[in-house]
Design a protein around this ligand. Structure first.
Ligand code: F6P
Length: 524
């Protein structure tokens, strides 16, 4: 079948059956489902790759799951998973393979693209990057005055920032405690100024992370970093600036010393596993970084091999489709009950909304249904005191994803039981609600949630958790028939920014719309 003949998911028998099924089950109450079937809590759960997934508190029945799996079959999900993992050129609008899973493949697991096994090259780069990380970490890499590097400042934005920040925070417990790690992303100079105000240039290594080495914000910050370094008497740029990029020639022209290159086929939002992970590798060391890759790879194997009904990413992706297209829920809220995961929601926003925030399918045909939900959230228990009011009693139903970690990384007494109790209690309260005569005190309940439980938050389990989310986004994107691996939507704003910046500098507003021209005049 040619591409243009690929039928839309809405033409699948299972999609139509799901629409009819939704009408029958839309009014079901979770309380009642549990009362009728107490075994549901145990049955609607999966345990794989160190992650326990309890999806029983969702508005689903066994029939819902059967139909969703039928939809996965009918849309050829298994074949699409195989194609991605095999290195087929599934990013059709850019004509390339997607290679983030190759970055965590073991040395002896070939992935062939255009007749070439890409895995040896991946490991050659990883070896070089990890060896450099160890030199910085051990103090063998010296600054221009001969002092060891104590501060690492990562300059990058989007995928060149969100993954490394999140991973560093999550794994900080295992990090080199005698070093400082900072992350600068915003072109607002406040970010750079605050990140560097207490640092000495002679002890600071800047990592300029940009796949394209053309992102305006990152280049601005890198230029400020160079000026800051030189203003403190810094002389040897090569000892203090390295670049992580797919465009090494542009980085060299800027004046960095070392370049660690990665392939164009690695998307920004899935680049944590590439050299973009350098600040994380410095923080947690080579062994830690390899454990991170191994955890993600274990999830890749699970995604590839587990039957669809026992497949963690597939179950989550199918639930996402069920809620988005049949219940028409507009957002998903993620609340990790671990302070190390406080930036997870930001990372997931890019992962989901840049990947699946599309209005046409992979062949450019308009999609007649909604795609990526708004993904949002914050760390628990803080979030309870911010937006949980709306989750419990607001007019919109928002499925919530709780993430809890059984074993804490600290030894403080009394914290962990209270933290875990809060997570469990919130999920329970959302489901059960509370009947009261006073309308203000009445909770409707029946608010769905999913519960993910990790044994501990370490490099391997964290790697698996992130890969799980990558693959669930791929699953829903596949069912929707869109290309999850391009991001043309980000380009338009970048183009406009150039014209507006010229207007702000020169005062010339010809060509700008009247509203923007007015604001430019006020800002000058
Ligand atoms: O925000 C758009 C985007 O292209 C992201 O996809 C990417 O992660 C980010 O910009 C940064 O790009 P680069 O790594 O090329 O600087």
């Amino acid at each position: 079948m040619s591409n243009t003949q690929t039928p839309s998911v809405t033409q699948c028998a299972a999609w139509k059956a799901l629409a009819a099924h939704h009408l029958r089950v839309a009014g079901l109450q979770l309380r009642q489902l549990f009362a009728d079937d107490p075994g549901r809590g145990e049955r609607m759960a999966l345990d794989a790759v160190g992650i326990y997934l309890d999806y029983s508190k969702n508005r689903i029945t066994d029939e819902t799951l059967r139909l969703l799996l039928a939809l996965a079959d009918e849309t050829g999900l298994r074949g699409r998973i195989d194609a991605m993992l095999r290195g087929d050129k599934i990013n059709v609008s850019e004509g390339r393979a997607v290679l983030h899973t190759a970055l965590r493949a073991p040395r002896d697991a070939p992935i062939v693209v255009d007749g070439v096994n890409v895995v040896p090259a991946v490991h050659a780069v990883l070896d070089r990057m990890a060896a450099f990380a160890e030199r910085v970490r051990s103090g063998a890499w010296k600054g221009h005055t001969g002092k060891r590097i104590r501060n690492v400042v990562n300059i990058g934005i989007g995928g060149s920032d969100l993954g490394p920040v999140m991973a560093y925070e999550a794994l900080r417990h295992y990090s080199a405690r005698d070093m400082a790690f900072r992350f600068v992303s915003n072109v607002d100079g406040t970010d750079f100024a605050e990140a560097t105000h207490d640092l000495a240039a002679e002890e600071t290594l800047f990592i300029v992370a940009s796949k394209t080495f053309g992102t305006a914000e990152t280049l601005r910050n890198a230029t400020s970093a160079r000026a800051w370094f030189e203003a403190q008497g810094g002389s040897d740029l090569a000892a203090h600036f390295v670049a992580l990029t797919a465009r090494p020639e542009a980085a060299r022209a800027f004046g960095v010393g070392r370049c660690f290159a990665f392939d164009d086929g690695v998307g920004g939002r899935t680049s944590l596993w590439s050299v973009i992970g350098l600040p994380v590798a410095v923080a947690i060391g080579r062994a830690g970084f390899e454990a991170l890759l191994a955890g993600a790879h274990a999830m890749d194997r699970h995604f590839a091999e587990a039957p669809l009904e026992a497949n963690l990413p597939v179950q989550l992706g199918l639930l996402d489709v069920w809620y988005r297209n049949f219940h028409r829920f507009g957002s998903r809220c993620v609340v990790p009950y671990h302070h190390g995961l406080r930036s997870l929601a930001f990372y997931l926003q890019q992962l989901e909304m840049e990947s699946n925030g599309k209005r046409v399918d992979a062949h450019g045909r308009p999609l007649p249904f909604d795609t990526a939900p708004v993904v949002w959230g914050a760390v628990g228990s803080n979030a309870q005191h911010a937006f949980f009011q709306m989750l419990h009693q607001g007019t919109q139903v928002v499925p919530v994803e709780f993430i809890a970690v059984r074993e804490p990384a600290h030894t403080l007494e009394g914290h962990q039981p209270r933290l875990l109790a809060n997570a469990l209690a919130q999920a329970r309260a959302l489901m059960l609600g509370h009947v009261a005569d006073d309308a203000h005190r009445h909770f409707p309940g029946n608010r769905p949630s999913t519960f993910l439980l990790l044994e501990r938050l370490d490099a391997a389990s964290f790697g698996a958790l992130i890969a799980l989310n990558e693959h669930r986004v791929f699953t829903s994107g596949s069912l929707w028939g869109l290309n999850s691996f391009d991001q043309w939507g980000v380009e338009l704003g970048k183009r406009h920014a150039g014209a507006v910046e010229t207007g702000l500098a020169s005062g010339r507003t010809e060509g700008l719309d009247a509203a923007t021209a007015g604001l430019v005049r006020r800002l000058r």
